[in-house]
Design a protein around this ligand. Structure first.
Ligand code: SF4
Length: 76
């Protein structure tokens, strides 16, 4: 698995706890970082492809990623 994109991650060096909020309502801080991240799309696709269960990846919470997967299945 090629994870070289992580070298350009905006979350590098930040407190990982930001990206693992207790509820989706507390995910805004992580999303603000993600929306300025150069590798947001790659990060999101990685999380979708590897079925990451926890945390905010590519600006999406677990619940939002499940929704994306369902939408893609429906339109496939
Ligand atoms: S999109 Fe968010 S979680 Fe993914 S690498 Fe960028 S800052 Fe980190």
């Amino acid at each position: 698995m090629n994870l070289i994109w992580r070298q350009n991650a905006a979350c590098q060096g930040l407190d990982p706890e930001i990206f693992y909020p207790a509820t989706d309502d507390e995910s805004d801080a992580a999303k603000r970082v993600c929306c300025q991240c150069a590798v947001q799309e790659t990060c999101l696709e990685h999380a979708l492809g590897s079925r990451e269960r926890d945390g905010v990846w590519g600006g999406a919470t677990e619940k939002e990623r499940r929704r994306i997967i369902r939408q893609r299945r429906r339109s496939a």
